[in-house]
Design a binder for this molecule. Structure first.
Ligand code: FES
Length: 103
């Protein structure tokens, strides 16, 4: 198995029992997850970028939260409109999107 160059974690508010319930989920993070995956496939980056949904990061008020490794960049308040810029500037360009970063 080839390890991904980027790993994108998207909070879907998954609970330990598998239930998705919480702030990021209420803000459509599951749709965000699907849209990220579609965008990655459309760009032919499926082998380089892995998307995983997660449980709560503990900063719900900043959600939906998206974390990108290996850069350890945390994005907050991410919407569908932000996916293209994250893909262009961070995933393909290598520079985190400062305006969306949680500091
Ligand atoms: S539910 Fe997403 S950070 Fe808490």
């Amino acid at each position: 198995m080839k390890k991904p160059k980027y790993h994108v974690f998207i909070c879907s508010s998954s609970r330990i029992n598998g239930q998705q319930k919480g702030f990021c989920h209420s803000k459509n993070s599951v749709n965000l997850l699907e849209e990220f995956m579609e965008e990655i496939e459309e760009r032919g980056l499926g082998g380089d970028v892995l998307v995983t949904h997660t449980g709560c990061f503990g900063i719900c008020e900043k959600g939906p939260v998206v974390v990108v490794y290996p850069h350890n960049v945390w994005y907050g308040g991410v919407t569908s409109d932000d996916i293209e810029v994250i893909m262009d500037e961070h995933i393909e360009g290598g520079s985190p999107v400062k305006s969306l970063e949680i500091n």
